[in-house]
Design a protein around this ligand. Structure first.
Ligand code: PLP
Length: 308
């Protein structure tokens, strides 16, 4: 039994339009709140089989939450090291899964250094996106969607560090869908993939500024960039405001709350930033996210309105 669940695939009448069916893969319904449990659950199971006795993560977001959940399910202890900037909600969610939460450092790289120092022969470190085991696990999302639905001629998803993208491309490959394009959506303040594709090489952003905290990777993993050089991957940018609005609309239309990181992919479809005019049936990965609440989403919208 894998640690993730088979999520529903539903057609969205609010995002669809004449000539275009929009299918939602509802990863927001995974028990830890996002698609991350697919890859992390798969990796944790492989590590446990290989004799690892504990797991370590330095993610204060959905990856850390997925590791905590996987450890609880497998009966293995988990330590999540997060920086002081991690929200009270994220800390509480990780602790509620029974993981040991250690708060260390003002910035993520300090927490990450401590997490890495805890790794030994019996301890596996789970990276949030840069790990072939994760990509292999994420790919199950495409296997499932193809079993459940009518088939797709394009995929829309969000990109942070590029683990989801790498997994979806792997899923396409192993299902013989090589030519199906992937719209890779980022917010403007976290455009590490789009900037890299523009430059023709992997770029590290100086700064990140976005409400979509789960997309805040200063650089994408090498694999994600390499895939853009050999596959039909189309970078798309949306604004923070559009991502936030898409979250509110999705809550109204589908009664599910997602993070702005996921709102970005939804906004790319609803606001037309992804040019879907050539396609008839599009799969949107509703990647989810457990860290936002409707109050934080509305507060972020209000703050943007005030700044404008
Ligand atoms: C991690 C995450 C992403 C981005 O995934 P990457 O594999 O880092 O590209 C997008 N949305 C949510 C909700 C996430 O948790």
């Amino acid at each position: 039994m894998p640690l993730h669940i088979e999520t529903p695939l539903i057609e969205s009448s609010s995002l669809g339009r004449p000539g275009l069916s929009v299918w939602l893969k509802l990863e927001a319904l995974q028990p830890p709140g996002s698609f991350k449990i697919r890859g992390i659950g798969h990796a944790c199971e492989r590590h446990a089989e290989a004799g690892k006795r504990r797991f370590v993560s330095s993610s204060g977001g959905n990856a850390g939450l997925a590791v905590a959940y996987a450890g609880r399910r497998l009966g293995l202890p988990v330590t999540v090291v997060v920086p002081e900037t991690t929200s009270a909600r994220a800390r509480a969610l990780i602790e509620a899964e029974g993981a040991e939460l250690r708060v260390h450092g003002a910035a993520w790289h300090e927490a990450n250094a401590l997490a890495l120092s805890l790794v030994d022969g019996e301890t596996a470190f789970l990276h949030p996106f840069d790990d072939p085991l994760l990509w292999e696990g994420h790919a199950s999302l495409i296997d499932e969607a193809l079993r459940q639905g009518p088939g797709f001629d394009a995929v829309v998803l969000s990109v942070g560090g590029g683990g989801l993208l790498s997994g979806v491309v792997e899923g396409r490959r192993r299902n013989g869908l090589e030519t199906c394009p992937v719209f890779a959506v980022e917010t403007e303040g976290a455009a590490s993939l789009a900037r890299s594709v523009e430059a023709g090489r992997r770029v590290t952003l100086e700064t990140i500024s976005t409400v979509a905290t789960s997309l805040a990777a200063r650089e994408v993993c090498e694999q994600a960039f390499a895939l853009t050089q050999s596959h039909d991957i189309r970078p798309v940018l949306v604004g923070d405001r559009e991502a936030l609005r898409a979250c509110e609309r999705f809550l109204d239309d589908h009664r599910i709350l997602v993070e702005p990181a996921c709102g970005a992919a939804l906004a790319a479809v609803s606001d037309g930033a992804a040019d879907l005019s050539a396609f008839r049936s599009v799969l949107v990965v509703v990647c989810g996210g457990a860290v936002a609440t409707i109050d934080t989403i509305r507060a972020a919208s209000a703050a943007l309105d005030e700044a404008a």
